[in-house]
Ligand binder design. Sequence first.
Ligand code: C2O
Ligand code: CU
Ligand code: CU
Length: 470
Amino acid sequence: MLSRRVLLKAGAAAGVAGALSAAPPVRAAAPAPDPFVVRLPVPPVIEPVLRTDGFDLYRMTLREADTRILPGVTTRVRTFDGHFPGPTVRAVRGRPVLIQQVNRLDHPVAVHLHGGHVPQPSDGHPMDLIEPGAARTYYYPNDQPGATLWYHDHAHMLEAENLYRGLSGTYLLTDEEEERLPLPRGRYDIPLMFRDAALAADGSLVYDVHAMAARATLMVNGVARPYLPVAARRYRLRLVNSSNDRVLALRLADGAEFTQIASDGGLLPAPVRTTAVALWPAERAEIVVDFGTRRPGQQVVLENLAPYPGESAEVMRFDVTHRAADPSRVPERLRPLPEPGRPQVERTFTMTSDLLHDRYLINGKEFDMDRIDITPRLGVEEVWTVTVPADAYAMAHTFHTHLAQFRVLDRNGQPPAPEEAGLKDTVGMMPGDTVRLQVRFTDYPGRYVYHCHMMGHSSLGMMGQMEISR
Ligand code: C2O
Ligand code: CU
Ligand code: CU
């Protein structure tokens, strides 16, 4: 049974799909592939070039590469290290990671670790560019709880196209407490990056910042409609919505329950049984699916409850191929949430868009690199009220802040649903929604941004800047 809450989520996502498709001219969709002919690729885990007592050093080259999104068709993409999506970084809390990024593309880039608690020079601020031919080493202290983070380009006004053309990958941070839990691990722990794109007949990516609903090819780990052979046991699936602008509402086509164990900032306090999960752009959800309730030979399709009009709901398929021992389980308690402190500062953010004039604003302003919008102090508890007014041309937006995970205090006056009550760095909002969140920046002064993570919107100005000080 779909609960009321899940239906609401799916409805919100479908509403977004409808709202988006109403606006832009719809380009012809890419030729439909035969469903499920390609096996799901799992991005390779990158090996360090140097391991010392104190840190792991990685090196990635940003360069163009050819990939196959649809069978038999070659697509030129921008990549981290030749992979689409980029290689997976596996990190452990307390052990810093350095990544040297070498830019062999012909335009500037900036690499941001989304959801990461990182010092300002390593945040990939839109002004901190790596010029073509140059390199930069980013330092990630990994001083936060384990979480499914992801990295992507953030170069000023280029981020949307860079992300669209392929510049993203997952960064899986774990910690000792999490490792002690009996969750599925190893090859039963798989990242699934979902995103869409518009493909021309010759396979090339078509980028039009406004034509969101024309991006009819939905991919998982860089290929359209893959299948994944699975054992009849539990899997931990790390769902990442790396789409520029698409909202997803995912469920198993047979309506089977699964368990959500984590959101953006890592493990939830307790598992949440559900039949659907909504993912706004940049959001993550980790779920444990028990294929052990099925027999070898059975298949189950993962569906998107919020397809654009005319689009198939089928996203990928799990093919149960064999039995396997399953020592894993989902414990009743995962990770306690810290008690938020007493709020000391309040701020409001109003996200407005004016479709007619192509303006995307926060508190009435477009992003300006030379303007500081807010000046939070380290250690201070802040409550941010974020609103998307329901005016005539209102669109859905998301709100993401760099540097810290926050807590959702309430959504339209109601306590957050359990899956939204954990550590978060991105929330989605329909027109008329108000979300209150509590955030505290604990370390690292300097300039960081917050923005709508519908990358089309942020690249058109829906971003603000904060100067964090001691
Ligand atoms: Cu994924 Cu500025 O963010
Ligand atoms: Cu971010
Ligand atoms: Cu937006």
